[in-house]
Design a protein around this ligand. Structure first.
Ligand SMILES: Nc1ncnc2c1ncn2[C@@H]1O[C@H](COP(=O)(O)OP(=O)(O)OP(=O)(O)O)[C@@H](O)[C@H]1O
Ligand SMILES: [Mg+2]
Length: 273
């Protein structure tokens, strides 16, 4: 697989009614790389991730997951919609973590992680619970298996949601602003779990407003504006060198609101993440 992206997005377009939200978006996500996607509100970041997970149907272009076309089948040069079964197979190895954790309130943390394994993977309950327990341990919550979501902090709930995704043994994890619903003091524990995952070599695409995380952990940063990737490269390149005016303005606004500042030469200096 080396050299061939795990996720290969080619010329994707997506519209909602009259509004084109993604305009000819192309990107590749390589094995074991962390790609951070930044950009203003409404620029299409969530839509892009949702298309990659086929939670939204894209209108044109191609998305390949581990070499397989997602959502469509090309037959003798003609494209038809893939069946739900085909879609499920192609995206089987893609995990998704949302801003809102979407845990089942009436189930314990352990059951939240174990139940999808039983339902979606036909794994026997006892084995699923064993794996769920191990996954909760991985996110530092081995002792919280019996707790219900309402008894957990937001950071803990998000870590349960990450454990739930990891239990499916994904090859790639997509995160859509996983920390933005959290109180500031709870952000760090979730970012730490994500850092640990990155260090283990998990392939990740992360929509985030946490520039410190992006600067420290990303292999590649994409800046998306009005549905177009207008800048991309290493964190150093995107934060310090790239001169796209929309990016500079976006970062400037961010610096003013957060623990970042710029030196006299306009280079960004990352605050404590
Ligand atoms: N289901 C939908 N129906 C109609 N329009 C939608 C839908 N989902 C998103 N949009 C529109 O698509 C555009 C991009 O939305 P998207 O959620 O991808 O932005 P975003 O970059 O994730 O923003 P944010 O930072 O606020 O989460 C917005 O103009 C939004 O209003
Ligand atoms: Mg969004």
């Amino acid at each position: 697989m080396k050299g061939q992206p795990i996720i290969d997005v080619r010329g994707v377009h997506k519209r909602f009614g009259a509004v084109e939200v993604l305009k000819d978006v192309s990107l590749g996500i390589e094995q074991s790389q962390v790609t951070c996607i930044i950009g203003p509100s409404g620029s299409g970041k969530s839509t892009l991730l949702r298309c990659i997970a086929f939670l939204e149907k894209y209108d044109a272009g191609e998305i390949f997951i581990e070499g397989e076309l997602l959502g469509y089948v090309d037959e003798r040069g003609k494209r038809r919609n893939a069946s739900d079964r085909e879609i499920a197979r192609v995206r089987r190895n893609v995990g998704f973590v949302f801003q809102q954790f979407n845990l089942w309130p009436h189930m314990t943390a352990l059951a939240n992680v174990a139940t999808p394994l039983v339902l979606a993977r036909n794994i026997p309950r006892a084995e699923a619970e064993e794996r769920a327990h191990a996954m909760l341990g991985k996110v530092g919550l081995a002792h919280k298996g019996d707790a219900y979501p309402a008894q957990l902090s937001g950071g803990q709930q998000q870590r349960v949601a990450i454990a739930r995704a990891l239990a499916m043994e994904p090859h790639i994890m997509l995160f859509d602003e996983p920390t933005s619903a959290l109180d500031p003091e709870l952000v760090g524990e979730v970012l730490q779990v994500m850092r640990d995952l990155a260090a283990e070599g998990m392939t990740m695409a992360v929509v985030t407003h946490e520039m410190g995380f992006a600067a420290q952990v990303a292999d590649k940063v994409l800046f998306i504006d009005y549905g177009v990737i207008v800048a991309e490269g290493s964190p150093h390149h995107v934060f310090n060198e790239e001169q796209n005016p929309r990016l500079r303005q976006f970062l400037q606004n961010y610096f003013e609101r957060n623990n970042f500042w710029q030196d006299d030469a306009g280079r960004c200096i990352v605050g404590a993440a």
